[in-house]
Design a protein around this ligand. Sequence first.
Ligand code: GRF
Length: 218
Amino acid sequence: MVKSSSDTHPKLTAIVLISGNGSNLQAIIDACRGGLAIDLLAVISDNAGAYGLVRAKTAGLNTHVIAPESYENQQQWQRSLLNMMQLYRPDLVVCAGFMRILDASVVAAFRHRIINVHPSLLPKYPGLRTHQRVLAHGDARHGTTVHLVTEALDAGPMLAQSSLAVAPGDTEQTLDNKIKYLEHKLLPEVLAWYATGQLSPGQAPIKNDQTQKASHKD
Ligand code: GRF
């Protein structure tokens, strides 16, 4: 289990949901090693081939694969996922590149405790292919948002944003690299607010206050 050394505040616990590479998971693991006072209880993936599972195992974390194709329908899959999440009783659930939509029962069971990192400056571009859409629209700026998960896709209360200027030669790939760089700083920063009591699991942020504090620009 990844533990940090700080004992100033009671340790919060978290589980992380992933689907793929897990670079954001790695950023969280590294932050915990660097002193972020959060106990990572487990990593759950919907994809057995996710490289993030390798990262989690290397860090000594519990891992679980709960893949939709192993269930008869979405409902059964979500129920199994929820059961696993509830077994750990985490303070926070971090969606770090988790490419599935959580249904209302999961969201309700962890109301204002599920955090997602989304690669756009929400409310712009919820959903997929955000870099492509930024380029197609000729946007001057792009960025990433950390927000609470609600029933509406990528539309829950925002906790933090970080942005950059889109450069003339940028492609989807260069933007992906640049946005990931921002995410790897922003997500651990938000978790640190929880760890130090500046945000409380289960509470939505006070509008404008937290998001303003969290807004980074290059
Ligand atoms: C990140 O860009 C995140 O914003 C999005 O999916 C990507 C996951 O990347 N939701 P990784 O698996 O953390 O490397």
